[in-house]
Write a protein that binds this ligand. Structure first.
Ligand code: MRU
Length: 384
């Protein structure tokens, strides 16, 4: 066997777990997939901070759960070294600041913080933070399972409309189990439909510059036996014009109360092309990805700008190892906007753990009356 082929992954697979044997948190190093399957231990809060900022772990729900467990690791260190609440507060702040766009991060840190801040005993803080982090992980898994259950009928009805002929689905970035602990958001309806025997095929946007599509989504789908084809980021519009896309499903990093969707850079262009070709464009997200505080529209969402070298260089496998090569002239500047915002008006529907709703403040509020506390007075979406 080729020593460099990824080892078969254990089933059922999760992208983060607490190892009871050593109390450490374990993650899969997503920078190395699909070429190498490496499990990375996170023993300290600094390990968790580094894992999120280097994108060893990525994807909105996974970032949130990693940060939640990061605060648990900080509580463990604090208990061992007799450190007080100031240490934990600083850890929570650092975790919150690791990446700016996915709202799951701040949401998860705040939830674990609330669980431990009322405790004065160090061991109790460890226990409370561990329980809270584990609960968030379990909820995200269950949310994704439900997103699959609510979303797969969309694919099934397209299949019926096509008399059982292959349904072609386009997705962008990786909103699969790697990004979400299990099942995925955008991929959950796909896996559920495949389980129900629907004939489908997935167009996988490569998703420059870090290639989460060609590296991660393609790997995931392949592991599950889902027929898929990797395409360049610019091919989707052409395929839509040619009648080769029946449905677009993407994930989200932050969705406002009005239904504007921040997701990986390039999502907006897919939504525009889908609208121009009358193709349904769905966004799958758990409630942890809604930003209930954003009422003024998607322009308020902070868009992460990453190291321009991620654009200037590309990494890949040369048969012997992972290698990095420069793509552009040495002195050319580059810019690396990691996310964009798709206005609500381009979104056909939001697939959530409570069902499907329109991307409007009213319909989101109907599904989540407990979360959307106040009525949105402004239109609440990008007017562009
Ligand atoms: O920069 P990344 O890889 O963290 O970006 C991930 C995405 O944009 C995903 O589509 C998003 O987090 C949804 S995952 C459920």
């Amino acid at each position: 066997m080729d020593a460099h082929k990824p080892k078969p992954t254990p089933q059922p697979v999760r992208s983060i777990w607490l190892d009871e044997a050593d109390g450490e948190v374990k993650v899969i190093d997503q920078r190395r997939l699909p070429h190498e399957f490496i499990i990375q231990p996170l023993a300290t809060v600094d390990d968790a901070i580094r894992a999120i900022s280097t994108m060893t772990v990525r994807g909105a729900p996974l970032i949130g759960v990693t940060a939640a467990y990061g605060l648990y690791l900080a509580a463990r260190q604090a208990a061992e070294r007799n450190l007080g609440i100031d240490y934990l507060e600083s850890a929570a702040r650092q975790l919150r600041a690791t990446r700016p766009t996915a709202v799951n991060l701040a949401w998860a840190v705040d939830r674990v913080w609330q669980a431990l801040a009322g405790e004065s005993d160090g061991r109790q803080r460890v226990a409370q933070s561990r329980t809270a982090a584990a609960a968030i992980a379990e909820e995200e898994v269950e949310n994704c399972r439900k997103i699959g259950a609510y979303g797969s009928p969309i694919i099934e009805s397209l299949s019926r409309a096509r008399n059982g002929k292959t349904v072609h689905i386009l997705t962008h970035c990786n909103a699969g189990w790697l990004a979400c602990i299990r099942y995925g958001t955008a991929t959950a309806p796909i896996y559920a439909a495949v389980d129900r025997g629907i004939d489908l095929h997935v167009w996988v946007d490569e998703t420059r510059p870090l290639n989460q599509g060609s590296r991660l989504t393609a790997w995931e789908l392949g592991q599950y036996g889902v027929r898929h084809t990797v395409i360049t980021d610019n091919a989707g519009g052409h395929l839509m014009q040619q009648g080769q896309v029946d449905l677009v499903i993407v994930g989200s990093d932050r969705t406002t109360r009005g239904g504007d969707v921040a997701n990986k850079i390039g999502t907006y262009l897919k939504a525009l092309a889908a609208r121009d070709n009358a193709i349904p464009f769905y966004v799958a997200l758990p409630s942890s990805t809604f930003d209930w505080d954003l009422t003024g529209g998607g322009r308020e969402i902070p868009i992460e700008e990453r190291d321009p070298d991620e654009v200037r260089y590309v990494e890949g496998w040369d048969g012997a190892g992972q290698r990095r090569v420069r793509l552009c002239p040495e002195l050319s500047a580059a810019a690396n906007f990691a996310f964009d915002v798709t206005p609500a008006r381009l979104v056909t529907g939001l697939i959530t753990e409570r069902g499907i709703c329109q991307a409007t403040a009213d319909d989101i509020g109907r599904l989540f009356p407990d979360k959307a506390k106040q009525a949105v007075s402004a239109p609440g979406h990008l007017d562009i």
